[in-house]
Design a protein around this ligand. Structure first.
Ligand code: ADP
Ligand code: ADP
Length: 228
């Protein structure tokens, strides 16, 4: 059973823009899916709908493997990474990564091990006490990834996370993300308009086209390098 299933999902904004037309997509556990396509083809709209940040105009979204729990939560833990790292400038790196746990009522002391483990995953555990202004763009993005991982999400949604970074930093982060994914087996949906990124990172590429936003191809890709 898929982790999440979109069936016939369309999104028409009030100004008449058809951002997404009749999209059907099964996301299986452990997949690293790239949503690849030009600007305006509806990639962000898909992520927002999956994250519950906007309702579809038509069609349905289901989470077949997760029942409604006592709090009425109908989907598993989801984390979102945006193109801008959006860190709080007045908080340390630790404070920024702690935030999602803090919002769930986890104290600083109780969150400590998890926050440091998440920072270690992105190679920044030595920078827990630094402030965002002291970090490079790539490091800020790593903090934002650590913040997304600290809740141990079942599904990681990434919206052009590396688009604003220089090519070398971007390549390093691609590598690190790939290794983390291989190690922890998250399910990832990664929005990009880089063919390189989609081929390098994912095991499935969903190609979209614009006006109206729609899926034009959905293909499995073999990793182009040996996996250990
Ligand atoms: P992508 O992420 O692929 O660049 P988006 O999902 O952001 O595409 O947008 C898809 C289409 O919907 C675009 O034509 C965009 O201009 C339009 N759009 C996005 N958000 C809104 C909105 N709030 N109101 C009207 N049109 C929107
Ligand atoms: P341990 O059992 O000693 O915690 P693991 O190898 O399971 O060792 O994990 C190492 C650290 O990585 C953990 O402390 C945890 O914070 C983090 N971790 C493990 N699994 C996940 C996951 N699926 N998502 C995010 N973080 C994880």
């Amino acid at each position: 059973r898929p982790l999440v299933r979109l069936e016939g999902v369309s999104k028409i904004f009030s100004n008449g823009t058809v951002a997404l037309q009749d999209m059907t997509l099964d996301v299986r556990q452990g997949e690293f899916i790239s949503l690849l396509g030009p600007s305006g083809c509806g990639k962000s709209t898909v992520l927002r709908i999956i994250a519950g940040l906007g309702d579809p105009s038509a069609g349905s979204i289901d989470w077949p493997t997760s029942g409604h729990d006592a709090s009425g939560k109908a989907h598993p833990e989801i984390s979102f990474v945006f193109q801008e790292p959006t860190l709080m400038p007045w908080a340390t790196v630790f404070g920024n990564v702690w935030l999602p746990l803090r919002l769930k009522g986890v104290s600083k002391a109780a969150a400590r091990d998890e926050v440091l483990a998440a920072l270690q995953m992105v190679g920044l555990d030595k920078f827990a006490d630094a402030y965002p202004r002291e970090l490079s763009g790539g490091m800020k993005m790593r903090v934002s990834i650590a913040r997304a991982l600290v809740t141990r999400p079942k599904l990681l949604l990434m919206d052009e996370p590396f688009a604003a970074l220089d090519e070398i930093t971007r390549f390093k982060l691609n590598n690190d993300l790939l290794h983390l994914w291989e190690k922890f087996g998250w399910t990832v949906i990664f929005v990009t308009h880089s063919v390189f990124e989609s081929v390098y990172l994912s095991n499935r590429i969903v190609v979209m086209a614009a006006r109206p936003g729609r899926v034009v191809n959905d293909m499995a890709v073999d990793a182009p390098y040996p996996r250990e």
